[in-house]
Design a protein around this ligand. Structure first.
Ligand code: ZN
Length: 434
């Protein structure tokens, strides 16, 4: 137990809490309770940083006190029923965090999915205006309201599985007005549903048709739009697609230099199809995360470890593309690079709106452990978004919590399609509907 948990409840002024939770098992993912991502310590680590038969006291949306149920019990009479939650011995995790999504987009690509399964090639589909170009056209054509309504359904699917923070990228506009529209929709989704949305500017996602054969001219536009959208309060981070079918490290570097001048953190779609030095570039800019990583080398991993860059793995895209090249999990573990897991929710390569299923895929496809995928959807996902007060159950952190009807934390990675959520708390407030 840490110092703050040993504090007596009298000291903590027992009558001043907004809410207390009793009779809970906690998967804290906090080092204070023995969580250790790498199991390298000489000290004994506690899986999931778990605390059984625990209580949590909350005030002003923050966790103020954590201790045993027995410590809280004598004080319960001071609280009204609506200020208390009896977890009934169920498990509480930090609210889940989906740290890499493209969930705001127009249209969808099920027609292409079907055509490919009927024998059409990628070239056939591209020749008919399919692929990312079709999503760009549909996103440009949709008004803000229509884009909001369509994207909200995907967000709600994630929230219903305990997601309380999410990253949403632009990148299907590829012009100033549509990039702005996407980022505004992302902000509006967070406001309406009271969940934390981190917005990411991803105009360097693909080359729009009007800049065909002129990628440097397009990158110049991307660099010019960034300060404008940032000044409108729409950008929390900057991303790009650094790949032989997208942009070169030199082109991405130009965007990153603008991001740095605005004090914005960077991240990158890296080493999904090849290795052209993307993760090395992110590490050079002390990026928050490098994402995909199937073709990552040990040399890149050492650089990521040195810059404290999170490795975000996206098994939904691996699955959809029937990829066979695994990301270098053992080397990531060896060099103690934090691993996050995300849906990569997007209409082309990962039409996935279940973070729980992404966690299961992380175990089955990537051989990660249930503790690794769950830390990848909580504490490490928070790090990938630069959210210092989320992703852990710890005194001083935001009271973003998910209550589950499960026997043990591994159930969350083990079950496929069974949603065991019982309650979702965001900054100290239970959501009315789960
Ligand atoms: Zn992506």
């Amino acid at each position: 137990m840490n110092d703050s948990s040993e504090q007596t409840l009298d000291d903590a002024n027992m009558t001043s809490f907004d809410h207390i939770i009793i009779n809970a098992n906690l998967a804290t993912f906090s080092k204070q309770y023995g969580f250790n991502s790498y199991n390298d310590s000489q000290e004994k680590s506690t899986p999931y940083g778990q605390l059984e038969n625990a209580g949590i006291c909350i005030k002003d949306g923050k966790i103020i006190w954590i201790g045993t149920h027995e410590q809280i019990k004598p004080h319960l009479s001071r609280y009204q029923n609506d200020q208390m939650t009896d977890a009934g011995g169920n498990w509480i995790t930090p609210g889940l965090i989906d740290c890499h999504t493209h969930l705001v987009y127009g249209g969808n690509r099920s027609n292409e999915f079907e055509a490919r399964l009927q024998g059409a090639s990628y070239q056939d589909i591209a020749a008919q205006g399919g692929g990312i170009v079709s999503t760009v056209s549909a996103t440009r054509a949709a008004n803000q309201e229509a884009l909001f309504t369509q994207s909200e359904k995907r967000l709600l699917a994630l929230i219903k599985e305990g997601v309380t923070s999410i990253e949403i990228k632009s990148g299907y506009g590829l012009d100033l007005d549509t990039e702005r529209k996407m980022l505004k929709v992302a902000r509006a989704l967070g406001d309406k549903h009271n969940i934390h949305v981190s917005t990411t500017y991803l105009a360097a996602h693909a080359l729009p048709p009007e800049y065909k054969d002129c990628p440097d001219d397009y990158i110049e536009q991307v660099c010019q739009w960034l300060p404008i959208l940032h000044s409108e309060g729409l950008v929390d981070a900057v991303d790009g697609f650094c790949e032989n079918i997208a942009f070169t490290p030199e082109q991405i570097k130009r965007v990153f230099d603008v991001a740095r001048s605005l004090d914005l953190p960077v991240k990158l779609h890296s080493e999904q199809l090849s290795n052209i030095g993307a993760s090395a570039l992110v590490a050079k800019y002390q990026g928050l995360s490098s994402d995909h990583l199937e073709h990552l080398t040990e040399d890149d991993i050492k650089k990521m470890a040195a810059s404290n860059t999170v490795a975000v793995l996206l098994p939904g895209a691996f699955y959809t593309l029937r990829d066979t090249k695994l990301p270098p999990i053992e080397a990531l573990r060896k060099h103690q690079v934090p691993i996050a897991i995300s849906t990569d929710c997007n209409p082309g390569t990962s039409p996935l709106t279940s973070l729980l299923l992404a966690m299961n895929m992380g175990c089955t496809l990537f051989y990660l452990t249930p503790e690794e995928v769950l830390s990848g959807a909580t504490v490490h996902a928070a790090q990938a978004l630069g959210l210092a007060k989320k992703g852990r159950i710890e005194v001083g952190c935001d009271a973003d919590l998910a209550l589950w009807d499960i026997a043990r934390p591994a159930d969350l990675a083990y079950q496929m399609g069974l949603n065991t959520i019982q309650g979702i708390m965001i900054e100290g407030q239970w959501r009315e509907t789960v």
